[in-house]
Write a protein that binds this ligand. Structure first.
Ligand code: UDX
Length: 434
């Protein structure tokens, strides 16, 4: 059986695929990444990154220079040169909330067509339960030479913005297998990463991913619902979360009240899990409520702005943050972008800034002023909004902001500032749940 360093192929160079491939090279394996977009392959081969992710660019360059990390647009080349093939292709949502698995199916066929000896095929993409069974069936059907192979489910739990660190220091490594044969190879691959390895059947591994993400989304919606009660009762959600989080059974993380969650995972995975449950005969009403609370959180925030400003139309509003969260340039399902679009629809004039997501935001936000310095955003504004939890926004020159704004009103959708301090500084300050 295969021994380290392993020969690994990663199909798909999105967030998960690129980080996985690069980190596997970093821990000593020979990695070849495949992407069907030749221009992306060209970019990566010349050391340019298609995404911003802290630490990734240096790691890609270092491992490519050492000859451990290569990029190609040929699936045949990638599969032939490796013993273990990871699938990390997009699994986008369909209008009814179910998952579009056509990339998974296509890649399974492509692998089957070039399979000439035993290989382990690992699914890293987030997929509905029972997808592994389908992948195995498809490979079997399209493989002409009847070679043996094993399919493994190895879900990825990395967060954007912390992807490299999360990948190298995970809480657990989940391996869903049909039999024990591929376990040794996978354990060899992950040996340099110190984390417990959980070996389950494939269906359970696939469910661990959807159930985890849905639970984290539920945790955020829970604290967002509590934030409503806090506002009505005159309590402080930060203090409530701190007190709750000290209970080890609960934990403090993912209890930050906010504008709501976004990104390419939580909204999609929630809808998918609701749909999968429905197909399996269970109405997961609890998760539908999680979605509802998330949507309401944005509505409440806009209402709060309207209550203070009376009329939003024609107001000049500065928005700090466009990415769906800190440390990323990703704007997919970003609450900040949704808020900007909503304020534009109400007739506001926007001055916006984000440390990393400006270029991507320019493709979707029209008729807004993009400002290249956060301290210039407040100039002439009737109100300022914090829409993304970038830590550097805490360094905003508040004295200057108060002076250059028409009115010093700050709506903090991420609870970055202290209400008492903001009041002392002379701001009308509205945050979430306090
Ligand atoms: C998530 C999961 O955390 C990760 O394990 C999985 O692999 C992919 O999905 P990601 O989408 O990168 O990762 O971002 P995450 O840090 O989880 O944040 C998701 C959203 O929730 C963001 O919009 C963030 O601002 C929001 N959030 C997070 C809150 O509103 N409150 C919190 O307490 C935490």
């Amino acid at each position: 059986m295969f021994n380290a360093p392993m020969k690994i192929c990663i199909i798909g160079t999105g967030y998960v695929g690129l980080v996985t491939g690069t980190c596997f090279a970093e821990i000593g394996h020979d990695v070849i990444c495949v992407d069907n977009a030749p221009e992306k392959v060209k970019m990566l081969n010349s050391g340019q990154m298609p995404i911003f992710e802290p630490g990734l660019e240096e790691m890609v360059k270092r491992n490519a220079a050492a000859g451990r990390l290569k990029f190609t647009s040929s699936t045949k080349e990638g599969v032939e040169k490796s013993d273990v093939v990871f699938i990390a292709v997009p699994t986008p949502p369909q209008p009814d909330g179910s998952v579009d698995l056509s990339f998974m199916e296509k890649v399974s066929r492509e692998i089957a067509e070039v399979l000439t000896r035993y290989k382990v095929i690992v699914d890293k993409s987030t997929v509905p339960v029972r997808t592994g069974e389908k992948v195995a069936e498809t490979i079997k059907r399209y493989c002409k030479s009847k070679v043996e192979f094993d399919v493994v489910s190895n879900p990825e739990f990395l967060r954007e913005g912390f992807a490299v660190d999360d990948f190298l220091h995970p809480d657990r490594i989940v391996l869903g297998v049909q039999n024990q044969r591929p376990v040794h190879a996978l354990k060899e691959i992950y040996a340099p990463i110190k984390a417990p390895v959980v070996v389950t059947d494939i269906n359970s591994a696939e469910l661990i991913k959807h159930a985890s993400n849905s639970f984290l989304a539920l945790k955020i919606s829970y604290i967002n619902a509590v934030s409503v009660i806090c506002e009505e009762a005159g309590a402080n959600v930060e203090e409530v979360a701190a007190g709750m989080g000290m209970d080890k059974r609960i934990g403090r993380s993912f209890l930050n009240a906010s504008l709501g969650f976004g990104g390419s995972c939580f909204p999609k995975d929630l809808s998918a899990f609701i749909k999968i449950s429905e197909q399996l005969g269970y109405d997961f009403g609890l998760l539908r409520e999680v979605q509802k609370i998330n949507a309401l959180q944005m509505e409440r925030f806009v209402r709060k702005m309207a209550d203070t400003l009376w009329v939003i139309k024609e107001k000049k509003i500065g928005v700090l943050g466009l990415a769906f969260k800190q440390n990323t340039d990703d704007i997919r399902m970003s609450p900040a972008i949704a808020l900007c679009q909503r304020l534009r629809k109400e007739g506001a004039h926007l001055r916006v800034y984000d440390p990393k997501a400006m270029d991507k935001a320019k493709t979707v936000l029209k008729e807004v002023t993009f400002v290249d310095d956060m301290n210039k955003v407040p100039e002439g504004c009737d109100a300022l909004v914090i829409a993304t939890e970038w830590p550097q926004f805490k360094e905003l020159d508040l004295d200057n902001a108060r002076k250059v704004m028409t009115h010093p009103i700050l709506f903090d959708g991420r609870n970055l500032f202290d209400p008492a301090q903001m009041e002392t500084l002379g701001f009308i300050y509205k945050s979430v749940g306090r």
